[in-house]
Design a protein around this ligand. Structure first.
Ligand SMILES: *[C@@H]1O[C@H](CO)[C@@H](O)[C@H](O)[C@H]1NC(C)=O
Ligand SMILES: *[C@@H]1O[C@H](CO)[C@@H](O)[C@H](O)[C@H]1NC(C)=O
Ligand SMILES: *[C@@H]1O[C@H](CO)[C@@H](O)[C@H](O)[C@H]1NC(C)=O
Ligand SMILES: *[C@@H]1O[C@H](CO)[C@@H](O)[C@H](O)[C@H]1NC(C)=O
Ligand SMILES: *[C@@H]1O[C@H](CO)[C@@H](O)[C@H](O)[C@H]1NC(C)=O
Ligand SMILES: *[C@@H]1O[C@H](CO)[C@@H](O)[C@H](O)[C@H]1NC(C)=O
Ligand SMILES: *[C@@H]1O[C@H](CO)[C@@H](O)[C@H](O)[C@H]1NC(C)=O
Ligand SMILES: *[C@@H]1O[C@H](CO)[C@@H](O)[C@H](O)[C@H]1NC(C)=O
Ligand SMILES: *[C@@H]1O[C@H](CO)[C@@H](O)[C@H](O)[C@H]1NC(C)=O
Ligand SMILES: *[C@@H]1O[C@H](CO)[C@@H](O)[C@H](O)[C@H]1NC(C)=O
Ligand SMILES: *[C@@H]1O[C@H](CO)[C@@H](O)[C@H](O)[C@H]1NC(C)=O
Ligand SMILES: *[C@@H]1O[C@H](CO)[C@@H](O)[C@H](O)[C@H]1NC(C)=O
Length: 714
């Protein structure tokens, strides 16, 4: 009986989806939210003449040829002009730039995770090194962004990275705050999970959830297992991609970024003209079958997603797959299913959502909560997941599920070589919150790595060096054969703090002893209190998923001001030489590109005295007086208003949530059962046989309970 009932549900559901897709075809121009669904039966390229997989070894590491070409074209066509715009002829630094014969250092920028705080902090920082910003340009720091070859993002850092590209590398202040032309801004005053406020059942929130689910269900109906990462990815898209405005937010008039693919980046105008650094997003993985819900050890494979590939330069994998086909399950490089490939899996929102997929550590099935998220965000996410589970099959709902394109490869070293899926996670899951990995890959040969560290490590949400320490350690052990090493840094977070290195800009690795240098130079720009001694607004909580416009503006302003200021020892004023000092750091490695000695100029040596970390002669926090470390909400009405609303309406909410929570309790049983029972084999037919398991009774029961919940809530 349960059987037929479920089949009926299924076919009803598929019928309605057919109707929807026909409707979308009638009106193709603005796209539709169901463009989130990958296409699953696309003819593969001729695999006798081309391969979707690139395999290499740490000893013979290669980059994707199109990446080499992009970097090489940017290096010859754009970077000489950018260096020249920034440093002039070099005379202010007492160099003559022509003596470097065009051999400039290769620069990368790393943007760590930390939710909306990290994304906004990075925006303020990047505007402080952007030649297009007048105050940054005047301070001499503006120009560093323009000479970068790479930019890597992780979690919240992937959101600003994606946003910069999918809005065609715009002015950063306008990207965040909007302008009256083409940019709608990030709209962070509309809460990420419950944009209409804490009442999940308001018409607007219900319309929003409906649109989000319509996308996710379309993907599930294409036969690809979804998870919590999918609705989360769609929510992120409303803010960071370019198709959502305040006017269309709660409508289906826009695709809200569905159908925009990470592999589309090469066709964006700024990319075609080599105007932007090459973007790389980082995600971790948990070994399939481990079901880990804790912090990861350093061993599991770390992946990167470029506009060209899903890849890993970790020695034990050393392979990449063509990103366009990344949703295809490949065994030894061949699709499981004859010549049928999947395309359209690399949704821009899903890439950003994967990198920010921290649910495996936060799902609390016992308490029906997503830990750390606010009550309303947690309830919103679980509510959406519950509705999703009603309609489509999920697998491992607490991770980002990617069909494994590397199955069968490197079966002596690659831990997921036997698995048909990859379980990708937030890039910070192994405590490397800063996406350094890709920038230290030997074949990329970076000379300078700029870090805009908006990590929350200590109790006031400031960084404390943890990200650097974990990356340095992984590079020195697991990545010895494949990656450059980290320059010398203090040994503990306490040392970072006591030396003041988390409260001022610092250069690490200024004095290598080999040619070529044994490590890159790291320019470290930590989120830190305003040098003026003002109250800080940049150290808000990672899980604050709403900002008033006023807070966003102040946050950008503070991050920007610190970035263009450097520090003056024992004072609360900007360093007038900071811009030059940053230029000294960026160009310094050019001196090492020659066998003859080119000595560091006097002014640059003086800069390095102040800004370089010298393990023999460490600096002290005592040089940085009158810094305020405690976060002060700049717009209390705004944020507290929301909280108060939630408190006042809690009883009403609880009323409508009672059925829901009861349902969840039963669902949890179902989930655990499903987790236990799920078959690791996936093929695209399985969606129609979803309910054909012998234990039907259980599945049936959970649907029955769901329906009674539905009755209560309507
Ligand atoms: C290294 O890899 C490249 C490209 O895959 C290949 O052409 C070359 O022969 C390899 N070299 C060695 C020494 O294996
Ligand atoms: C790099 O420039 C060359 C010559 O202008 C051009 O043929 C090639 O397509 C460019 N490569 C990329 C990746 O744009
Ligand atoms: C820099 O060096 C080049 C070539 O050595 C020389 O022609 C030029 O005059 C120098 N510029 C300055 C400002 O000294
Ligand atoms: C430069 O950045 C500051 C701080 O975010 C901002 O107030 C100013 O408008 C920006 N200027 C331009 C030209 O974008
Ligand atoms: C968009 O369409 C879906 C599917 O019909 C519906 O559930 C959702 O409520 C709609 N959203 C809006 C904003 O109209
Ligand atoms: C959004 O960006 C895409 C390129 O990613 C572009 O084709 C499109 O015109 C943009 N849409 C809007 C509404 O700006
Ligand atoms: C992906 O494969 C297609 C088909 O072979 C090819 O045209 C495209 O250039 C490949 N893209 C990358 C990034 O390798
Ligand atoms: C590992 O791969 C090799 C080469 O592809 C194959 O010969 C071998 O049987 C595989 N081993 C296992 C355990 O699958
Ligand atoms: C790499 O593979 C080897 C061989 O299976 C294994 O001993 C080692 O632990 C793996 N390294 C990591 C970092 O997983
Ligand atoms: C540094 O940050 C880590 C988390 O990233 C935290 O566990 C540790 O307690 C912090 N230590 C100090 C001294 O702030
Ligand atoms: C420097 O000398 C080494 C060894 O003689 C040589 O391999 C290298 O190519 C030279 N580098 C430059 C930039 O000339
Ligand atoms: C992880 O979950 C799967 C499926 O539920 C189960 O088969 C496996 O034994 C679990 N692994 C561990 C290490 O608990």
């Amino acid at each position: 009986m349960g059987h037929s009932r479920n089949l009926r549900r299924c076919s009803l559901f598929l019928n309605s989806l057919n109707v929807l897709s026909t409707r979308a075809q009638d009106n193709p121009s603005p796209g539709s939210v169901i463009d989130y669904a990958p296409s699953t039966n696309v003819e593969c390229p001729d695999l006798s003449t081309t391969s979707l997989i690139r395999v290499f070894t740490p000893q013979n590491q290669t980059l994707h040829p199109a990446e080499e070409e992009y970097i090489s074209n940017r290096t010859t066509l754009v970077l000489p002009g950018a260096w020249n715009d920034w440093l002039g002829d070099g005379s202010l630094l007492s160099y003559n730039l022509t003596m470097f014969e065009g051999f400039y250092p290769k620069v990368g920028i790393a943007i760590p995770g930390g939710g909306l705080r990290a994304a906004q902090f990075a925006a303020g920082c990047l505007s402080g090194i952007d030649a297009r910003n007048d105050s940054a340009k005047a301070a001499g720091s503006g120009g560093l962004l323009q000479v970068a070859s790479y930019i890597s993002g992780l979690s919240g850092g992937s959101w600003i990275t994606g946003s910069l590209f999918f809005n065609n590398w715009p002015n950063i202040n306008e990207l965040v705050l909007g302008n009256d032309r083409d940019l709608a801004g990030w709209k962070l005053d509309l809460p990420l999970v419950t944009p209409d406020g804490v009442n999940l059942f308001s018409n607007e929130n219900q319309a929003f959830f409906g649109s989000v689910l319509w996308s996710v269900i379309a993907k599930g109906a294409a036969g690809i297992d979804t998870s919590m990462t999918d609705p989360w990815s769609r929510m992120i898209s409303y803010h960071f991609l370019n198709q959502t405005t305040r006017a269309n937010f709660f409508t289906n008039d826009s695709a809200h970024g569905a159908g925009q693919l990470w592999s589309d980046i090469p066709s964006l105008p700024a990319f075609r003209q080599y105007q932007a650094p090459f973007p790389i997003i980082v995600a971790d993985s948990r070994p399939v079958g481990s079901n880990l819900t804790t912090i990861l050890s350093p061993e599991p494979v770390v992946y990167e997603i470029t506009p060209l590939e899903l890849a890993s330069y970790d020695p034990n994998l050393s392979a990449g797959v063509n990103l366009t086909y990344a949703g295809t399950h490949l065994v030894n490089g061949h699709p499981e299913n004859g010549s049928a490939c999947v395309v359209g899996f690399d949704q821009a929102g899903f890439v950003m959502g994967t990198s920010a997929s921290l649910f495996n550590q936060l799902f609390d099935f016992a308490r029906n909560e997503v830990d750390q998220f606010s009550d309303s965000d947690s309830a919103g996410l679980l509510y959406v997941l519950a509705r999703q589970l009603r309609d489509v099959r999920t697998r491992a709902e607490d991770v980002a599920n990617w069909p494994n394109p590397f199955q069968g490869l490197k079966n002596d070293t690659f831990e997921d070589s036997n698995s048909s899926w990859l379980e990708l996670l937030d890039g910070s899951s192994n405590q490397e919150n800063i996406p350094y990995g890709p920038l230290f890959v030997k074949a990329r040969g970076l000379d300078v790595i700029v870090t805009v560290d908006g990590s929350s490590d200590d109790t006031n949400n400031w960084p404390n060096g943890t990200g650097l320490l974990f990356s340095a350690s992984r590079q020195a052990t697991i990545l010895l054969s494949s990656h450059q090493q980290f320059p010398p840094i203090p040994q503990t977070p306490d040392d970072f703090i006591e030396m003041g290195l988390t409260s001022r800009p610092t250069f690490f690795g200024c004095n290598p002893v080999q040619i070529p240098p044994e490590y890159p130079l790291v320019i470290y720009l930590p989120n830190s209190p305003p040098i003026s001694g003002d109250n800080p607004v940049t150290n808000s909580e990672t899980f604050q998923l709403t900002y008033t416009i006023k807070h966003t503006k102040l946050l950008l302003q503070q991050a920007h001001t610190n970035t263009i200021s450097g520090f003056t020892p024992n004072a609360n004023i900007a360093d007038p030489n900071w811009g030059l000092c940053l230029q000294c750091a960026a160009i310094d490695r050019a001196r090492y590109k020659f066998n003859r000695t080119i000595s560091r100029s006097a002014i640059c040596s003086q800069c390095f005295e102040q800004y370089c970390f010298d393990p023999q002669n460490p600096p002290s926090k005592s040089e940085l007086p009158n810094r305020k470390y405690l976060f002060v909400d700049p717009d209390p009405q705004g944020f507290t208003k929301l909280n108060n609303f939630f408190t006042e309406n809690k009883s009403k909410l609880i009323g409508s949530l009672v059925g829901f929570v009861g349902f969840l309790a039963i669902l949890t049983g179902g989930l655990l059962w499903w987790k236990w029972h799920q078959n690791s084999k996936a093929n695209y037919q399985e969606i129609t046989t979803f309910h054909r398991d012998e234990n039907d009774a259980l599945v049936w029961q959970h649907h029955l309970e769901y329906e009674s919940f539905e009755l209560q809530s309507h």
